[in-house]
Ligand binder design. Structure first.
Ligand SMILES: Cc1ncc(COP(=O)(O)O)c(C=O)c1O
Length: 452
């Protein structure tokens, strides 16, 4: 390394970043020297990282025969072949779930689960605002209202203390989201659901193999939902799954996802005794997924080790706050997020910090924004259907309630995240991330000035 004996090296080996920074501000001469040697890339210095982060998705030639075999068989849809079922059994085993139903996508898995849990037009579902927009959409597609609980700034997940005040006589389900692969605190959520007789559908679309108190996300509520879209840790271009431990619920999911055809114990006296759609997974998706179980397990461990390491290092930098996790839980880091406090960086805004990190060769971005102000919920509540289903007072109160999401507002304004594949790099690369953040902090006043 070019700069091994610079202030950067000193800070790296110092026990605490804050102590190092205090020391630096008290020592004028080394500071001047350090500023030259360690100039941030955004001010013309050398980037902390040379680039070349792992790409995504990763595929192997060894998978080709299985995909080709499906192609040549002509048995491409699940009704004509065994691979989707094989995948379902294997994925259920991996999670410790009794059953799994493969679907076309994460969105369709959420819709299937909501239908089976009895969510109907005019119902309300309490969910997390800090999520990918598909969570909102899945609920809206059921013609139900996504009622937004607040986000706990420390955990980035649904604040259980904000749920009960949002329950109305229309509330049918709670949908916690294990966002970024961070397990929600499920014990209090399940306790509230039991008390009010509500269903719990986990949006585990970013949480393959995440654990909470010894059990996997996706089997902690009534039903769990996963996505296998291209960016995901277990990708197949598109795809999804519903998981659970109840044969009755999973039989109903099977029927609903397959045009309402009878399945297992869920049957009637006529072929089409119940409603349904076509939310089926294809055989191609299933064989691609089947190739990746060992890879998923190994990569999850690798991301876990790097995530823990980053948290331990980054928390030493004043103004960088890694997430707090529920006790005895294991996140899988679909993004590696932290909260950023501009006050500790001479007022350098979150977006300026992100730009400066980008210049250092560290790809990162802000988290989700306040999507409830984007217009989709306004469009829904202005629609004929929603106006028929809900009173004008309810829709007004619903719209007003977005202003109460103080925790979420803070989270949206201050979160910084790095995509999961960054955590697949080596330990030395994690050190470059920490180094970049420290460098930016030391020079934050100058960076702020240069960015205006
Ligand atoms: C939290 C969350 N929920 C739902 C979905 C929807 O999954 P899909 O894109 O497979 O429909 C996603 C996908 O990104 C997600 O991240």
């Amino acid at each position: 390394m070019k700069h091994t004996f610079t202030r950067r090296g000193f800070i790296r080996s110092a026990a605490a970043g804050s102590a190092a920074l205090t020391w630096l501000s008290a020592q004028k001469a080394p500071m001047v020297y350090a500023a030259e040697a360690d100039k941030p890339a955004v001010l013309g210095g050398t980037p902390a990282h040379a680039g070349g982060w792992p790409g995504w998705p990763i595929w192997r030639e060894a998978w080709e025969p299985a995909v080709l075999e499906v192609l040549r068989s002509g048995r491409w849809f699940r009704g004509a072949g065994e691979h989707v079922e094989e995948f379902e059994q294997a994925y259920a085993r991996l999670l410790g779930a009794k059953r799994c139903l493969a679907t076309a996508s994460g969105t369709t898995s959420l819709m299937v689960a909501l239908h089976v849990m009895g969510v109907d037009a005019g119902d309300e579902v309490i969910t997390s605002p800090f999520t990918f927009i598909a969570t909102y959409n899945a609920i809206l597609n059921m013609k139900a209202l996504p009622v937004l609980a607040d986000t706990d700034p420390a955990t980035l997940t649904m604040d259980p203390a904000s749920i009960e005040s949002r329950i109305t006589e229309r509330t049918r389900a709670i949908m916690p989201v294990h966002i970024y692969g961070l397990p929600c605190d499920m014990d209090p959520i399940n306790a509230i659901a039991r008390k009010h007789k509500l269903a719990v559908v986990e949006d585990a679309c970013q949480a393959w193999l995440a654990e909470y108190k010894g059990r996997k996300c996706g089997v902690l509520g009534d039903l769990g939902c996963f996505s296998f879209q291209n960016s995901k840790h277990l990708p197949a271009g598109e795809g999804g799954a519903v998981t659970g431990n109840s044969d009755d619920l999973l039989d109903r999911c099977q029927a609903y996802h397959n045009c309402g055809r009878a399945y297992g114990g869920f049957k009637g006296s006529t072929p089409y005794f119940t409603r349904g759609g076509n939310y089926r997974m294809q055989q191609f998706q299933a064989v691609i997924l089947m190739q990746q179980f060992d890879k998923l397990v190994k990569e999850t461990e690798h991301r876990g080790e790097n995530g823990d390491y980053l948290s331990a290092q980054l928390k030493q930098i004043p103004g960088i706050e890694p997430v707090r996790l529920p006790e005895n839980s294991y996140p899988v880091w679909h993004l590696y997020p932290f909260r950023y406090d501009a006050r500790q960086f001479n007022g350098l805004t979150r977006d300026q910090f992100v730009r400066a990190m980008g210049a250092e060769g560290i790809p990162c971005g802000g988290g989700y924004h306040e999507q409830y102000f984007d217009g989709l919920l306004d469009e829904a509540i202005a629609s004929r259907g929603f106006q028929r289903l809900f009173s004008a007072e309810r829709l007004k109160a619903y719209r007003d309630s977005f202003q109460e999401l103080k925790g979420n507002r803070q989270v949206c304004a201050t979160t910084v995240g790095m995509f999961q594949s960054v955590l697949l790099a080596e330990r030395a690369d994690m050190d470059r991330i920490v180094e970049a953040a420290r460098k930016i902090q030391v020079h934050s006043a100058a960076i702020k000035k240069s960015m205006g």
